[in-house]
Design a protein around this ligand. Sequence first.
Ligand SMILES: Cc1cc2nc3c(=O)[nH]c(=O)nc-3n(C[C@H](O)[C@H](O)[C@H](O)COP(=O)(O)OP(=O)(O)OC[C@H]3O[C@@H](n4cnc5c(N)ncnc54)[C@H](O)[C@@H]3O)c2cc1C
Length: 397
Amino acid sequence: MRTEDSARVLVVGAAASGLATVEALRRKGYAGGITVLGDEPHAPYDRPPLSKQVLAGLWEPTRVALRAPEVLSGLDAEFVHGDAAIALDPVTRTVRTERGREYQADAIVIATGMRARALPGQSGLTGVHVLRTLDDALALRRDLLACTRLVVVGEGVLGAEIAATARTMGLDVTMTGPQPAPMALQLGSLVSEVLAELHDERGLRLRLGVGVAGLTGDHGRVAGVRLDTGEVVPADAVVVAIGASPATEWLADSGLRLENGVVCDSRCRAAEGIYAVGDVARWHHERLGWLIRLENRTNATEQAQVVAGAILGQDEPYVPVPYFWTDQYDAKIQVHGMLPIGAEVDVVEGDVPARRFVARYHSDGVVTGVLGWNMPKQARLRRQEVVDALQAAAAIH
Ligand SMILES: Cc1cc2nc3c(=O)[nH]c(=O)nc-3n(C[C@H](O)[C@H](O)[C@H](O)COP(=O)(O)OP(=O)(O)OC[C@H]3O[C@@H](n4cnc5c(N)ncnc54)[C@H](O)[C@@H]3O)c2cc1C
């Protein structure tokens, strides 16, 4: 085993949150050594366009790069690609890699994100895809160009985006999943029903409210999706979009608390000198008063600012107002705050039939979130109501 130069800061995971941590460290004046270790062969790239512009072929794959090569080299950090961390010793702060490297650091940042979940038995068939990486997106696009019938298993945000893109490309698309409407769990019944209408108008076949029992194949290639009812929906290709799990398998023996992510304190610290950032981090949100993990692009950047500050001795809790967006056909949906299951929903601006509106979500009289549908500015202005409610909640905790 080779021992690499002692890196003062080691970032494991070379994507949005890892890169944002490096940039924040430099911006805040940190001049020491930084190594960024990533298991993908690519320089840091952005994931949101994968299910939209890249899948649709509107963007060349190179356009997802988060920074130009010269900007990356200006960071004066060592980027190591194509090698996975396989173990962490938090006491000596040492990371071992698949290729036999060993890094010891003063601070380690875990930025390993998520892995797509698979359906049992899917690996034995060709034509079955997940979508998490650039390579996944390119493989799926190749298949979409060669086939006519796509079944999307999963009615969450990723499934809904992929279905919209594939419909726009002219494929015959069916979406399946146990919820009654696309993104019903994330958006609640009122808005998800509007989304269902939109998909329906665009010709998507919705086979929702029913689980998936498995896949059927023909000569090693997927041929259909078997629903719990016994019905088989024929398919030339299938995308499995049933969620993702935090990429923490390499930390199994580390002694860190791993429960639906790397559990951290309010400063995003998992142990002395060990931090987590982005999709993989589950930290104590002081204003909410509970542990939270966010899977969205804005969080990857915002949380990195606090992690970099914590490494440099600043003592600030990470207390964001969560934010995510999704684009499907011509619908641009933005969500500030949280939309808990069972929340009451009022349309406070615009109107639903015109598909331009802002909805406010509240539970027990407390505003938890606002959603804008093709009204980004108005939704952003209403965000203050969520901030005020969070501040009031913090006063109670
Ligand atoms: C297709 C798609 C579309 C999306 N669209 C939207 C959107 O419209 N709006 C929105 O808000 N969010 C969206 N997201 C979510 C957003 O992209 C993520 O929240 C963001 O990428 C999280 O960044 P991250 O750096 O924390 O994790 P990731 O982007 O998952 O990066 C983690 C990196 O660490 C690597 N890694 C994992 N394990 C190891 C290891 N052991 N050793 C070394 N490296 C490792 C991974 O391969 C990966 O490169 C989308 C995500 C996907 C997949």
